[in-house]
Structures are given as structure tokens and as C-alpha cells.
Write a protein that binds this ligand. Structure first.
Ligand code: PGA
Length: 249
């Protein structure tokens, strides 16, 4: 099945108002590649300004709380993100699974909350180096996906990001063979969970994607785009990745 490519930048804890010039440059360049969906998941403090200034980009958050309101100091819920102009959210990023001890059940609740509010949700999964070296990567990530997937069938706006933890910010990427094997294995789980609708869910790769390796990664079957950290902060680094996605079709 042909799926539109999706390329999303994750700015993590980078960016103040002055950096919106880079986001603007990304938005302007991205408009030349209409066959690719492009998003930027920004620090919460920038979402409203970015959504106003860049109406043609999907602006998202890097997390959300699963509840719709309540005594959750420091948290932001889906309705607040929509109110600020966001249209997407990342859930279950490995940095949050590790530093905030988020488990699969919480990630699932966040995915359900985001989808329920009509946000596009990017649900992250990925294995540690120990698991990869033990030869257990595929089975482990399949289990993680099964446990993190939303239980209802509103998967139209769901994407998965396969991000091997050891490849994030490390300059190391998985081999195309390993990426292909994992994406096929994740597709099987999506189809098992959602039937035909599982075929339409995009599976992104993430982990040290950059201009130099993007074309090769996008040439792998079942890679429907990328979640990009470090190389999404500057238009000069990010735009060639969008261009590679456009070329891959
Ligand atoms: P990276 O980050 O591209 O800097 O490796 C990817 C991510 O964490 O989403």
C-alpha cells in the first residue's frame, strides 16, 4: 500500500522565539514538496506562536497528559494543545519512557487521549542496545507496540515511530536490513490489531536520521517517513530530509 510520507522534527528541549526563524524557513521550503506531510513537535512554549506563524506546517507537542483536566501540576492535556493550535503529539518517546518512567499502559492512555481529541499521534517504540545484542529486538518491540496501542479503532491519525534507543542522538543508525525487518514485524502487529486499517498506519524510522542517510532509509519497504531530532533544528539540515522523502514518493 502506498502511504504519504510523513517527516516530523522533534525539537526536544531546544528553541525560543528567536528560533522560529528556522521553523519559518523549514515551512517555506517544505511548501515545495506537497507530496510529503511535514510536522514540527516543539517545546510547549512555542506551539501557539508557531501554529499562528506557520499555518501550513503540522505543529505538535512532544507529550500530553492522558486526563482531560485535573490536579496534574506541570502537565498539558490534549484540549490545551488543540487550543494552542497544535494538530499532532508524540507519545511514548524513549527519553520520556526512561527519564519519566512512562510505561506502556500510560503511553496507551496518552495515545487514546490524543486520538480522541483528533490530534495526529506519533507513538514511539524501540529497543535498548542490550536487547538488540541479545537478538530479542523484534519480539521486544512487537510486545511494546501491542501494549501501547490504543484499544479503540480510531487509528486514522495514528503513526508509529520505530526508534532504536541506541540510535537516538548517537550518530549510529540501524542497518536498512534491521529497519526493514522491524517495520514489517510492526506492520503485522498493526494489521493484527486493526485489520485493514492497520495497513494505513504510517511507520516512521527515527534515530540519527540526517541528510546523508535519509534517501537510503526511505528506500526501505514500509518506511513511511522519519522522526528527526538533532537534524530538525536547522532548515539547512532538515529540508534535505524532506526532499529525500519527496523523491522516495
Ligand atoms: P535524533 O533523535 O534524530 O537526534 O537521533 C530522534 C528522536 O529522538 O526522535
Amino acid at each position: 500500500m502506498q502511504r504519504r510520507k510523513l517527516v516530523v522534527g522533534n525539537w526536544k528541549m531546544h528553541g525560543v522565539a528567536a528560533d522560529l526563524a528556522e521553523a519559518l524557513a523549514i515551512a517555506e521550503a517544505a511548501s515545495a514538496f506537497e507530496q510529503v506531510d511535514v510536522g514540527l513537535c516543539l517545546p510547549a512554549t512555542l506551539i501557539e506562536r508557531a501554529a499562528r506563524a506557520l499555518p501550513r506546517l503540522h505543529i505538535g507537542s512532544q507529550d500530553l497528559h492522558h486526563a482531560d483536566k485535573g490536579a496534574h501540576t506541570g502537565c498539558v492535556c490534549a484540549a490545551m494543545l488543540l487550543d494552542a493550535g497544535a494538530s499532532m503529539a508524540i507519545v511514548g518517546h524513549s527519553e520520556r519512557r526512561q527519564a519519566q518512567s512512562e510505561n506502556d499502559e500510560e503511553v496507551r492512555a496518552k495515545a487514546e487521549a490524543g486520538l480522541g481529541a483528533a490530534l495526529a499521534v506519533i507513538l514511539c517504540v524501540g529497543e535498548s542496545l542490550d536487547v538488540r545484542e541479545a537478538g530479542e529486538a523484534v519480539a521486544t518491540v512487537q510486545r511494546q507496540l501491542d501494549a501501547s496501542l490504543p484499544r479503540d479503532n480510531s487509528v486514522g491519525k495514528l503513526s508509529i515511530a520505530y526508534e532504536p534507543i541506541w540510535a537516538i542522538g548517537s550518530g549510529r543508525t540501524a542497518t536498512c536490513e534491521d529497519i526493514g525487518e522491524m517495520h514489517v514485524a510492526l506492520r503485522q502487529r498493526l494489521v493484527a490489531a486493526f485489520g485493514d486499517a492497520g495497513e494505513g498506519v504510517r511507520i516512521l524510522y527515527g534515530g540519527s536520521v540526517k541528510a546523508a542517510n535519509a534517501a537510503e532509509i526511505f528506500s526501505v519497504d514500509d518506511v513511511d517517513g522519519a522522526l528527526v531530532g538533532g537534524a530538525s533544528l536547522k532548515a539547512a539540515d532538515f529540508v534535505p530530509i524532506i526532499e529525500a522523502a519527496a523523491r522516495a514518493g
